[in-house]
Design a binder for this molecule. Structure first.
Ligand SMILES: C[S@@+](CC[C@H](N)C(=O)[O-])C[C@H]1O[C@@H](n2cnc3c(N)ncnc32)[C@H](O)[C@@H]1O
Length: 279
């Protein structure tokens, strides 16, 4: 396959390269945290020099750890709901489905996956990844309420999102959350949150793909801020990358820092911060 040109993607859409590159850099490490071979294959098929997507120290580890944490949350939900739908908001070139179903475990047999992103991104995804019977693409902006139209509304749903909601405004987040709880009968929402402080830094990390250097994303002070946006959500828990089992695979300096931060909630929230809600 000839490498695919992605010059037509907007800077916001190109932020998918940051998380993709995090997985690629992790996979090249001697002791990877995620070992995502599919991400490497996708990157090899892009006509884009990923070395220009510079990641600051610790970012590949953070991307790999939050991928693992979100993978676990999805798996836990599916264990209890074998007929679930998994909905990936702002899927980019996320490879969760390949990671989780690689083992051919019977667990995933009845699960349907819906990957939602802008039409341009979904088109790219479809060219790069061969679809399976259970995989469905939804090429619609999350700000268009029709994004839920093709997703079953009579099955339990786990809505997962990595690095997306922080790019939207508070009002946009409110609209998306309300669309979720209006459409789906029951389920869970799990995503990585940003503090207000880390959200203000967003442009510093995303300018490598053309986002404005002063871009400020959406951050929260507390997980209950999300419930205030949509009272149909019930807060379940927060989890910190600093306390995740993967921290034991980090180098000594990061491991020691993580051990300290894991017991210092304000600081742990500035790292990998996963929040879960039920509806
Ligand atoms: C940082 S990337 C993360 C991609 C993917 N979740 C991952 O982990 O690799 C953010 C993604 O959110 C998508 N996105 C941002 N705003 C969106 C919107 N309004 N509707 C659909 N997707 C959106 C972008 O196109 C991009 O793919």
């Amino acid at each position: 396959m000839a490498p695919l040109n992605i010059d037509h993607l907007s800077p916001l859409q190109k932020t998918l390269l940051i998380t993709l590159n995090g997985r690629v850099v992790d996979a090249a490490r001697r002791r990877p945290l995620l070992s995502d071979a599919k991400a490497v294959e996708l990157a090899d098929n892009l006509d884009y020099d990923l070395t220009t997507v510079k990641l600051t120290s610790g970012v590949p580890e953070a991307v790999a750890i939050r991928s693992r944490m979100l993978d676990r949350a999805v798996t836990t939900f599916v264990r209890e709901h074998r007929d679930a739908v998994v909905v990936e908001l702002g899927c980019g070139l996320e490879t969760r489905r390949w990671r989780l179903t690689a083992s051919q475990d019977a667990l995933w047999r009845e699960v349907d996956w819906y990957d939602v992103d802008f039409p341009e991104v979904v088109e790219l995804r479809e060219k790069l990844m061969s679809e399976t019977e259970r995989g469905h693409s939804v090429g619609v902006s999350l700000l268009d309420p029709s994004w839920t139209d093709t997703i079953p509304k009579d099955r339990p749903a786990v809505i997962v999102s990595d690095g997306v909601l922080g790019f939207l405004s508070e009002d946009e987040n409110r609209r998306i959350l309300r669309r979720i709880t209006d459409h789906f009968p029951r389920g869970q929402l799990v995503f990585n949150a940003y503090t207000r402080f880390t959200a203000r830094m967003n442009g510093r990390f995303t300018k490598v793909v053309g986002m404005p250097a002063d871009f400020q994303g959406y951050g929260i002070a507390d997980p209950t801020d999300i419930v205030a946006l949509d009272p149909a959500l019930t807060y379940i828990d927060e989890q910190f990358g600093d306390a995740a089992p993967e921290r034991d695979q980090l180098n000594l300096a990061y491991r020691l820092l993580a051990q300290v931060f894991a017991n210092w909630r304000g600081q742990a929230r500035r790292g990998v911060w996963i929040v879960r809600y039920r509806f």
